[in-house]
Design a protein around this ligand. Structure first.
Ligand code: NDP
Length: 344
């Protein structure tokens, strides 16, 4: 059977395509242009009888996916902007909301062969700011950061604008499902991953070409430069959960395959919370030592101060994945970077 994957050339998307092909699915991989699909076709040439590209230049246009949803048995929608915005939040909110709205409408009208639509949301849509320690559950919404983005507009932080794009696009998903529940022939499963790290297999030829989360990890662990997006204290930042990109992709495939994932919002974190110091300590504890001991050390004896936790029982029950350890993620990623050459 054929699965439609949007954002298929992205960090998470490319791993999802690979897992689906390895499982025996056929994949219709949505990209913005032929050019952006080249690497996929090259990487997965052994599966060329089961992989086809579908070009959708503007994901937020009404009817954008009308043709490409025809005949597929499942849809995985990962495409959404993950970029720093200096202008009005709408620059990121509009394509994010427009993307989910367009794909759901197309699926409603023309995707009747589909059984499940899996949407990539984020913990950014969940983790609200709080003065007291919180255990986040699947009922929570990041209304505090969304409010910051709405009120401060251009002056909100780039992260607040991204959070607003994820809150509003996920809310649009659930509203759509509620409104059209009597008409849709499929159901929806939403995944909320935390920070995604691990070896990239998408089109990345130099560190500056990495997607945001893998770039933060590279800058922090290899270069010792903490991302200036939040606190630059390695004992408190970034503070949310983490997951290996390979597990994140596996979670998407299982969310497609497992009946019980329907209608659910599922957190998928391998660890929660974490700070950069956890990765520094893990990286420096590896034997043999990658990068000949030149990796960031941070403050090895410092006291980590992160208060929040996560209730991730649902992901265990529904997805049942044995998550990759922090050590495995760190070793595989550093070995992958080192193999890429001196720029890394
Ligand atoms: P990437 O930047 O690698 O992938 C983003 C994908 O979305 C790319 O295929 C990109 O296509 C596509 N895309 C972005 N903006 C648009 C647009 N305006 N029109 C069409 N396509 C667009 O990042 P990730 O793989 O990390 O992100 C994938 C999803 O996972 C996103 O929804 C993100 O919010 C979510 N996520 C990511 C986390 C992380 O830590 N990485 C954590 C939690 C959620 P193109 O290459 O053409 O720009």
């Amino acid at each position: 059977s054929t699965i439609l994957v949007t954002g298929s050339n992205g960090y998470i998307g490319t791993w999802i395509v690979r897992k689906l092909l390895e499982r025996g699915f056929s994949v219709r991989a949505v990209v913005r242009s032929e050019q952006r699909g080249k690497h996929l076709l090259g990487s997965f040439s052994t599966y060329d009888d089961r992989l086809e590209l579908a070009i959708v230049p503007d994901l937020a246009k009404e009817g954008a996916f009308d043709e490409v949803v025809k005949g597929v048995e499942g849809i995985v929608h990962t495409a959404s902007p993950v970029v720093a915005i200096s202008g009005h939040p709408d620059e990121i909110v509009k394509p994010a909301v427009g993307g989910v709205t367009a794909i759901l409408h197309s699926a409603l009208k023309h995707g009747t062969s589909s059984k499940r639509v899996v949407i990539t949301s984020s913990m950014a849509a969940v983790e609200y700011q709080s003065d007291h320690p919180v255990t986040y559950t699947e009922k929570d919404w990041n209304v505090t950061t969304m409010a910051e983005s709405d009120e401060k507009a251009e002056n909100a932080s780039s992260y607040a604008k991204y959070c607003a794009s994820k809150v509003k696009s996920e809310q649009a998903v659930w509203e759509f499902v509620e409104k059209h529940k009597s008409e849709i022939s499929w159901d929806v499963s939403v995944l909320n991953p935390p920070w995604v790290y691990g070896p990239p297999i998408h089109d990345v030829n130099k560190p500056s070409a990495l997607n945001s989360s893998a770039k933060y990890w590279f800058d922090a662990v290899v270069k010792g430069e903490l991302p200036a997006t939040g606190s630059t204290d390695p004992l408190t930042s970034p503070g949310g959960g983490w997951i290996d990109v390979r597990d994140c992709a596996e979670a998407h495939v299982r969310a497609l395959e497992r009946v019980a994932a329907g209608g659910k919002r599922i957190f998928c974190a391998a660890g929660y919370p974490h700070v950069w110091q956890d990765f520094f300590d893990t990286a420096n504890g590896l034997k043999p030592q990658p990068y000949e001991g030149s990796l960031a050390k941070g403050l090895p004896d410092g006291i980590k101060r992160v208060k929040n936790t996560l209730d991730s029982r649902l992901s265990k029950e529904v997805l049942g994945i044995e998550w990759c350890s922090m050590e495995e993620l760190t070793r595989d990623t550093l070995e992958d970077f080192q193999r890429r050459g001196s720029e890394w």
